[in-house]
Design a protein. Structure first.
Length: 341
């Protein structure tokens, strides 16, 4: 479910107090000063993936400050990753100042003072989570707050792309998958921080998790290749076959089992689609890398308790759903993609 906080239905004179409350409730207590005489409407759409909060924020010009007074009052130690979508922000923390433009992302640490100023209408997606969830040294983190990470090149682009995609898909993930993807996101962020700090350790847990994400993505894009196998996968990622198997052992499966499960799931999905029903079971199996119809049939029955043909003929079920029109103030609604218009 999404939680929506909005000032759109309020008179301009009442928006300051409501917006200040909305921002502090979503993140950590903050001082918010709106820069317009008649404040523009603002909205925050939030979802949660385990301990990771995901929020899309849209509003007009303002200055947001985390002061010593607020830190002393609540003592919360949260990190906030902000992915700028529209407009630019000037961020200050730990003696640095950086301009964060569209496509860039940055980090703020709520345990120390910070300030952010945006002089025009903006939209950003934020990810906020307990400091203890990010396994990096305090000194390394402190060296990278109020730093603009470019979302256009290098490791930062890979991390930014993953976080952006996670925000878009957040409303479609169940609780377990959401926690797993959120944990992977923080592993990728830790990998980036360690890389920037010169502490890249190939066998570190966060490095292994990030590598596993890349390997799985590679496999998913090549499932239709009947020759997809550990030696080729390992070579494509410049690792030994032994290390590849070790990555998957951490999840309790072999490489072959994970490939087979992914292929079967795609076949199960495609068998219910009208074009696939016209092409037949064998064609669907070949599309996803199964070369033997009999082997495919046995594997499908073992996985789902029915034959591919029976599933194709009787497994189709209806789908439905939708969400209602937004109301003013705070409400909950079925989750959906989080994005700027």
């Amino acid at each position: 479910m999404s939680v929506v906080l909005s000032t759109a239905s309020l008179p301009a004179a009442d928006r300051r107090e409501r917006w200040h409350d909305a921002v502090s409730r979503t993140f950590v207590p903050l001082d918010v000063r709106l820069l317009e005489d008649d404040p523009s409407p603002g909205s925050i759409v939030s979802q949660r993936l385990g301990s990771l909060g995901v929020s899309q924020v849209q509003a007009g010009p303002q200055v947001v400050t985390r002061s010593r007074r607020l830190i002393a009052q609540d003592g919360k130690e949260f990190l906030i990753l902000t992915l700028q979508r529209r407009g630019s922000a000037l961020k200050e923390q730990d003696g640095r100042e950086a301009r964060i433009g569209p496509g860039d992302f940055s980090l703020s640490d709520s345990s120390r003072m910070f300030r952010k100023k945006v002089q025009n209408a903006f939209c950003f997606t934020s990810f906020h989570f307990p400091r203890e969830d990010l396994r990096v040294r305090d000194a390394d983190l402190r060296a990278l707050t109020a730093t603009a990470f470019s979302g256009r090149e290098g490791s930062a682009a890979l991390v930014g792309t993953y976080f952006a995609r996670l925000a878009r898909e957040a409303g479609h993930l169940d609780a377990f998958a959401g926690r797993q993807f959120a944990a992977t996101a923080l592993d990728l962020l830790a990998l980036l921080i360690n890389e920037r700090s010169g502490r890249f350790v190939p066998q570190a847990p966060e490095t292994a998790a990030a590598t596993l994400v890349r390997v799985k993505d590679h496999i998913s894009r090549h499932l239709g290749d009947p020759g997809l196998a550990p030696p080729g996968i390992a070579a494509a990622h410049f690792m030994s076959v032994r290390y590849l198997h070790k990555l998957f052992q951490s999840e309790g499966v072999t490489v072959g089992e994970w490939i087979r499960t992914q292929r079967l799931e795609r076949c199960r999905r495609d068998l219910l689609r009208s074009p696939a029903r016209g092409h037949g079971v064998a064609a669907v199996a070949r599309r996803w890398g199964f070369t033997s119809p009999s082997h495919f049939s046995r594997a499908f029955r073992a996985a789902y308790g029915t034959t591919p043909r029976e599933w194709q003929l009787h497994g189709l079920s209806g789908e439905g759903g939708g969400d209602g029109a937004p109301d003013a103030g705070e409400r909950q609604r079925p989750g959906g993609p989080v994005r700027c218009p």
